[in-house]
Ligand binder design. Sequence first.
Ligand SMILES: NC(=O)c1ccc[n+]([C@@H]2O[C@H](COP(=O)([O-])OP(=O)(O)OC[C@H]3O[C@@H](n4cnc5c(N)ncnc54)[C@H](O)[C@@H]3O)[C@@H](O)[C@H]2O)c1
Length: 179
Amino acid sequence: MTKENKATVVNVELGDRSYPILIGRNLLERAGEEISNRLPGSKTVIITDETVKKLHLKTLEESFQAAGVEYSTLVVPAGEKTKRFEIFEHLCDDILALRLERGDAVVALGGGVVGDLSGFVSGVVRRGMKFVQIPTTLLAQVDSSVGGKTGINSRHGKNLLGVFHQPLWCWRTRPFWTL
Ligand SMILES: NC(=O)c1ccc[n+]([C@@H]2O[C@H](COP(=O)([O-])OP(=O)(O)OC[C@H]3O[C@@H](n4cnc5c(N)ncnc54)[C@H](O)[C@@H]3O)[C@@H](O)[C@H]2O)c1
């Protein structure tokens, strides 16, 4: 565990798929700077839900603007029902319409639903795009954003469609949960 710009960094050691988890306050405001340092020149698409959009999207977008990170935003309904094939398909098509490439990044801003869905999308569009998790619920921070399990539900059951796709890195920040 190391300190990096006041964030605690926990490295998940997975060989060439290793990634850092950044834990600290106000990381959302620094997200643009982090992305432009780690993925210079890449475009991004932020995926979030209606609830998190109202609470935190503006901060993230402002940070991207300040750092000159090119981004688009896709918003899905909040809740477990969003983890379904129709929404997955829409997101894949929207990202292709934006002409994003494999080296570009999908940024998941939300709870486990947004993280699982966005991770699956990023794992299959163009056979795998870069993926960044910004988990905003406690469950997503301590569980679903780590481990690379992504997916959606099927009418046959929960989490039955998906891929393992590790994030490039993952933030756990506290503006969401004032401890
Ligand atoms: N991939 C994995 O390893 C893994 C592990 C555990 C759970 N999961 C999945 O995670 C999902 C559940 O995640 P969840 O509990 O985060 O649910 P969720 O993503 O549906 O979030 C719960 C609600 O909280 C809202 N929300 C999100 N962030 C908020 C914030 N900062 N302030 C206020 N409201 C906020 C959301 O809009 C939503 O309405 C399930 O689909 C489950 O299958 C995945």
